[in-house]
Design a protein around this ligand. Sequence first.
Ligand code: HQG
Length: 181
Amino acid sequence: MNKQLNKTSKFLSYILRHQPKAIGITLDSDGWVDIVHLIAQANQHGEPLTRELIEQVVKTSDKKRFTISDDGIKIRAAQGHSTQQVKIKYVEKVPPKFLYHGTAMRFIDSIKKQGLIAGDRHYVHLSIDEQTANTVGKRHGKPIVLKLKALQMHQQGFKFYLADNGVWLTDAVPNTFLIFD
Ligand code: HQG
């Protein structure tokens, strides 16, 4: 991704996941906003956003961070929200036997004690494979990948959801379901 697209992607993540108010927009409870309105408000706040840039970011995003509605009118972030405006009703799914969580070594002691917690975001984010989890972990420092007994957790009543982009979500993961080796 080139520099301009990367910058636009970060801007969209910030607005569509965390601070829509920063450019005076409101997301609906499913996270959607009208693209024409988003562009107008972004431009008014000095961000050189265009429909073309948005489409390029959506197309080239390695993690499929953003979804454009089928009618082409709206956009939302697939997951990762912290803003209270959004409460996406994710589809509940039976997870595979294992899922993975990438984190940094420096968090391990705390995770061993508390399990995984969502922090500022609405959910704990889980990956389908170790490689993806490793990439997620690297964002925070020296990465470590934790394996978790997802199916067993589900069988004990914990809910799992699958976002538009293949990221698995759950409220929290008690440490007993984590494999530290
Ligand atoms: C850690 C990215 C101490 C957790 C990714 C993580 C993902 C604890 C950090 C999405 C803890 C939160 C989310 C505990 C959890 N004690 N630390 N008990 N429980 N943590 O960024 O999962 O590139 O909010 O391990 O691909 O890293 O932005 O979550 O390290 O899908 O599109 O607290 O964001 O997508 O960090 O990443 P984050 P995450 P984008």
